[in-house]
Design a protein around this ligand. Structure first.
Ligand SMILES: Nc1ncnc2c1ncn2[C@@H]1O[C@H](COP(=O)(O)OP(=O)(O)OP(=O)(O)O)[C@@H](O)[C@H]1O
Length: 842
């Protein structure tokens, strides 16, 4: 391969200013400002084995993303994942799949240049905003469906679809990324490797069965849709075992606010048995996607799967744009024949194709803008002549001086207007722009164990060969070529692409995941993250292995030929699920969404709450409060004259907690879920009346006589009605912590929201000493007294009456864990976070 075009990387390192383990010397950073034809602007993301930079093409002046893989620092199996991703991206071209432009290689690095998606990950958006409106979800979802339908038609299964692998571009359209776990799958062929991200993994994968990758993708897509429209996961579980129990223990719940059509689609995608699960064509044709609300008509119409549109775009591309050709000749040293040849071959391994494509896109966008700016030419004509409106012209096939000039102007204008300065470039930070930094921060807050963020991104490679010889043969002969031809995808010489299997793509071994440790369910108020702290992780068999061992013991995977259901065993998934539950306990794990539990940690799920039974005296006290509440017209009961009763009741509840922890006394007949027995129950009963948005309302509805008063049952029933039923407003009797009451939250849900936002971790590039110094200066300035103490983890505590800070070094960063206690002043806390964020200058 001719690599003479690969420009020498210009690198420099930062200089040391201090000494010791915290010195900048010890964490010198590689500074990179140019690779190939790309000017590196700044870091925009980091995976576990790649750093992603924003860069600008020198000729087109277009922003691109450059994924930089340091081959010397990653395991061979992860290198194979990267090679797999490259090979598959080369074969795919779809408006909602990230577009590959160029691949550059040096002895040490692989640079993968793709289109830049400025809107970040869908995951970030969902964490930031919570669930999204159905019309908006439909738009994004239909784009994802369109991309997946295309993949499946091309014989490609993604196997790691999740909100983190869906990026948003500047037009608010989605792009699917991360094809590292993708593979080719021909009809009738089943896959073996369990990979992907457990919360999105289909049951057949969790049971370690052979599986149909297309059906597994549908399950993941169903989970994605569920997250979009509800803001939570359908199957919560902080370990694979719990996840399996959640999946098999019965139908998942869909909150009341999800439309009937959308619920129906979800139920047809999240079907246990793969054979009964919808395929991608059925999803495409489902009425939730085809029937559009009037309001969202314009937004969604443009983005529904439309093969005609796709083909039009593709056929446009077939014509070589002479405008771009001429422009390239003028602005580069490449000869005409060379350009024509590389473009014709779609040569991703050289610089010409990328330059050509980027310029074409720029020209196309300019042409579209121009057309949009003009009055609609067809409107009048259609009235007079009966002819349809005139469509925008495709990129001009002939040389256009106007377009040539436009290209030059656009290129320089965009370049000048970009405010990303070179000063921002070249660090290895995961995120440099302030918006993304904010997002990251929010996500960091949402993570159950945010000091593990670096590890959360571990993605391990699958154990299957990338292109098994028989698949290669099949693909070259039938599936790949026919699919490509049918879609008229491109004039690429596919035979040439498929002609040889790149070296090192077939690998017999899998990755090993170290440090897998289950963590508690994340209780973020908007996006519940049910997974074991490895939110972002995608995993291969190795990750699943330990957790699957028991399952495999329970359900030996048959070596027989695939069954009709595609499960790879003679046993149906449902049957296996039942067997699993029989063997591993059948605790029902209903998910409760929307009504986040007011009680943190061990009692965080309402299913625990439901199992609390109260004593007769607690019952009568609650009743008293309830009746008083009605009498006072719904006023919140936690203040003033009620304080004594509250305290009294609280003591009883604490007693209840102790009893539960030490084994319930038969006389009390209290029962708590076994896995919540270690908590100390510090509840204060509260009575509040909420509407469907958990806003406090007027007097409660419901029984007011002693004979019918049953607070626990009422809570349970009403919470369910609020969540899943149609009755609203509802009366909710909630239990909350003192802390939440002190924070002024008016309803259980709000109190949860607030208490959740109190712990946060900030990651700073500043030295710990510097952080400690700044924090002390801050407190001194505010005249806030603090105590300072060292910790055995080489960290340092700074405690004030309302704020606790734990500052500890990591290998190249400083973690600052910030806990705001109940007495905190929100304003001071905000100022402190602001200060710390400003220290976080990476
Ligand atoms: N084209 C892009 N445009 C904008 N941001 C991107 C782009 N590609 C990647 N990123 C950002 O960089 C992050 C890391 O990229 P990516 O997931 O491809 O790396 P990776 O090393 O393969 O990660 P993983 O360990 O999850 O497999 C992404 O999560 C995303 O935030």
């Amino acid at each position: 391969m001719d690599t003479s075009w690969v420009a020498e990387t210009r690198a420099s390192t930062s200089t040391a200013t201090t000494n010791g383990p915290w010195s900048i010397e010890s964490r010198q950073k590689l500074k990179l400002d140019q690779v190939g034809n790309y000017h590196i602007v700044k870091s925009i993301g980091r995976g576990n084995f790649a750093t992603v930079k924003l860069a600008k093409h020198e000729i087109a002046k277009t922003k691109v993303a450059v994924k930089i893989v340091d081959k010397t620092t990653i395991e061979p199996e992860n290198l194979i994942k990267i090679e797999r991703e490259i090979e598959i991206l080369k074969r795919l071209e779809h408006p909602h799949i990230v577009k590959l432009y160029e691949v550059m290689r040096s002895d040490r690095f692989i640079y993968i240049v793709t289109e830049y998606c400025s809107g970040g990950e869908m995951f970030e958006t969902l964490v930031e905003r919570g669930r999204i409106a159905e019309d908006e979800a439909r738009r994004w979802f239909s784009q994802a469906v369109s991309a997946l339908a295309y993949c499946h038609e091309m014989g490609v299964v993604h196997r790691d679809l999740k909100a983190e692998n869906v990026l948003i571009d500047k037009n608010n359209d989605i792009r699917i990324i991360d094809f590292g776990f993708s593979n080719f799958q021909s009809a009738g062929h089943l896959l073996k490797t369990s990979c992907g991200s457990p919360p999105y993994a289909a049951p057949e994968l969790l049971l370690a069965n052979d599986y149909d990758g297309t059906k597994a993708d549908i399950w993941s897509l169903g989970v994605l849709l569920y997250i979009m429209v509800t803001g939570g996961f359908p199957f919560p579980g902080d370990s694979i075992d719990k996840l399996k129990r959640a999946i098999f223990s019965g139908p998942f719940k869909i909150p009341y606010f999800v439309s009937v059509e959308c619920s129906d689609l979800l139920r047809k995608m999240l079907v246990l048995t793969p054979a009964k699960r919808y395929n991608i064509q059925q999803v495409q044709q489902h009425r939730w996607l085809t029937t559009k609300c009037e309001d969202s008509l314009s937004a969604s119409t443009n983005n529904l799967p439309n093969d005609h549109l796709l083909n039009t775009k593709i056929s446009e591309k077939k014509k070589l744009s002479t405008t771009v050709l001429l422009f390239l000749q003028q602005h580069s040293k490449w000869a005409e024949e060379q350009i024509i040849e590389d473009v014709d071959k779609k040569n991703y391994d050289g610089p010409i194709y990328a330059a050509y494509e980027l310029l074409c896109e720029k020209l196309r966008a300019a042409t579209e803008d121009e057309v949009a700016d003009q009055p609609r030419r067809g409107s009048r004509g259609s009235i007079l002549s009966g002819k349809a409106n005139v469509d925008p012209e495709p990129a001009a096939p002939t040389i256009s001086a106007h377009h040539l000039a436009q290209l030059s102007l656009l290129s320089s204008a965009e370049y000048e207007s970009d405010d990303s300065s070179a000063s921002e470039m070249c660090d290895d930070s995961p995120c440099s722009s302030s918006r993304r930094k904010d997002n990251r921060q929010k996500i960091s807050e949402a993570m159950p164990n945010n000091q593990n963020r670096e590890q959360r991104r571990h993605t391990l490679c699958a154990t299957e060969p990338l292109l098994p010889p028989e698949l290669l043969a099949q693909l070259g002969g039938v599936a790949g070529l026919q699919a490509a031809a049918a879609l008229q995808l491109q004039q690429t010489n596919i035979q040439a692409l498929l002609g040889g299997q790149p070296p090192g793509l077939v690998h017999p071994y899998g990755g090993l995941l170290s440090g897998f440790s289950p963590l508690p369910i994340n209780e973020h108020p908007t996006l519940h993250i049910p997974y074991m702290g490895e939110r972002r992780a995608s995993a291969s068999e190795a990750l699943f292995a330990a957790h699957l061992m028991s399952a495999q013991g329970a359900f030996p995977t048959g070596s027989e030929s695939p069954t009709a259901s595609g499960s790879g065993t003679n046993m149906g998934i449902e049957e296996e699920g039942r067997k699993y539950l029989n063997q591993h306990g059948s605790t029902k794990r209903n998910t409760v969404h929307g009504m986040a539990s007011p009680i943190p940690s061990a009692l965080s799920n309402q299913r625990h709450l439901r199992q609390i039974q109260i004593t007769a005296s607690q019952q009568s006290q609650l009743e008293k409060l309830y009746l008083q509440h009605i009498h006072k017209g719904g006023r919140h009961m936690s203040a003033g004259s009620d304080l004594f009763q509250i305290k009294q009741l609280q003591r009883e509840f604490q007693q209840l907690g102790k009893l539960a922890a030490g084994g319930a006394s038969p006389t009390h007949a209290h029962s708590l879920a076994t896995d919540s027995s270690s908590f100390s129950l510090k509840c204060t009963p509260r009575i509040s009346i909420t509407d469907e948005n958990n806003k406090l309302l007027g007097p409660p509805v419901g029984p007011s006589s002693s004979a019918t008063f049953n607070p626990v049952a009422m809570f349970d029933q009403k919470a369910n009605e609020v969540l899943y039923g149609s009755e609203r407003p509802a009366t909710v009797i909630g239990f909350t912590t003192n802390q939440a009451i002190n924070s002024g939250a008016s309803t259980p849900d709000q109190s949860h929201f607030r208490s959740e936002s109190r712990g946060t971790t900030l990651i700073c590039a500043a030295e710990p000493v510097e952080v400690v110094h700044e924090v002390k200066v801050f407190f001194d300035g505010k005249k806030i007294q603090y105590e300072e103490s060292a910790d055995e983890k080489d960290g340092c505590w700074i405690n004030t009456p309302g704020i606790r800070l734990f500052i500890r070094p990591t290998e190249d960063r400083t973690h600052v864990e910030l806990v705001l206690l109940q007495e905190f002043s929100e304003r001071i806390a905000e100022e402190l976070v602001y200060l710390l964020k400003n220290l976080d200058y990476i």
